[in-house]
Design a binder for this molecule. Structure first.
Ligand SMILES: O=C1O[C@H](COP(=O)(O)O)[C@@H](O)[C@H](O)[C@H]1O
Length: 255
């Protein structure tokens, strides 16, 4: 799996370069299959993404975008903990993606996490419309991931049994160590089948976990993301990478 680790001098330059990469990914996807499928994380990611996308929204063919969530908390869609609400407030409400192409968790199932995960897998199946038994997992054009200080990504937490899920596309947990406890998450097979996976992490608070994952190759959940046919990118800033000593870091000229 090819891997590129970028570091930028500021969140602003990171966001502008990320926008540029998404534009290239969008154009490549549209040339292949006339739609652009993206999975979004919650946390700090939507705000960083918004900084880049909303600076030049005219560059994108929003009517071709399909948005899913890499993970979601089982709460009503307008709840303060909802990743969908976070993404809407950050940028989704300000770009013309057709509502039918934005795929939140089913709000009627937030009290039934197993059913919510199954329903979300069906939402994915409808959009990806996989044909043929040989095709086991959807191939997202881009999956955008965050990473917590414990190394979790999506809602895949250290030492959790969900790390071993190798059949389902979407799983659920009721014991997330980070609140809220009940969530659904894309599984590793889906993340690792994506065409492009991009981690975004900024700030000095991410230094210790980046040292463990990038310098020391510890198999924390984020470190186990390993696209089978795709490319893995880390979009970091100077503050996050300041203490890395063993990792090759690309510092591109900034836009
Ligand atoms: O709980 C979650 O946390 C992670 C990391 O968040 P961050 O604020 O450290 O960026 C996030 O990627 C995930 O989607 C979210 O549910």
């Amino acid at each position: 799996m090819p891997r590129t680790v970028y570091a930028f001098p500021s969140t602003e330059t990171l966001a502008a370069n990320l926008r540029d990469q998404l534009l290239r990914a969008q154009d490549e996807a549209l040339a292949k299959h006339d739609r652009f499928t993206v999975a979004l994380s919650g946390g700090s990611l939507p705000q960083t993404l918004a900084q880049g996308l909303l600076a030049h929204p005219e560059s994108f063919q929003w009517d071709k975008w399909h948005i899913f969530y890499a993970d979601e908390r089982c709460v009503p869609l307008d709840h303060a903990d909802s990743n969908h609400r976070l993404a809407r407030e950050a940028f989704l409400d300000r770009v013309p993606i057709p509502t039918s192409q934005i795929h939140p968790i089913n709000p009627d199932l937030v009290d039934q996490p197993a059913a919510a995960a199954e329903d979300y897998q069906h939402q994915l199946m409808r959009v990806f419309a996989l044909k043929g038994a040989a095709v086991r997992f959807p191939v997202f054009d881009v999956i955008l991931l965050g990473m917590g200080p414990d190394g979790h990504t999506c809602s895949l937490f250290p030492n959790h049994p969900l790390l071993d899920e190798d059949e389902k596309w979407v799983s659920y947990l009721t014991d997330s160590p980070k609140p809220p406890p009940t969530r659904i998450t894309l599984t590793y097979p889906v993340v690792n089948h994506a065409h492009t996976v991009i981690f975004v992490a900024t700030g000095a608070s991410k230094q210790p976990v980046l040292e463990r994952i990038l310098d020391r190759n510890e198999p924390l959940p984020a470190g186990r993301v390993n696209p089978i046919h795709g490319h893995l990118y880390w979009y970091l800033d100077d503050a996050a990478t300041a203490t890395l000593t063993q990792t090759t870091i690309d510092r591109p000229s900034v836009i």
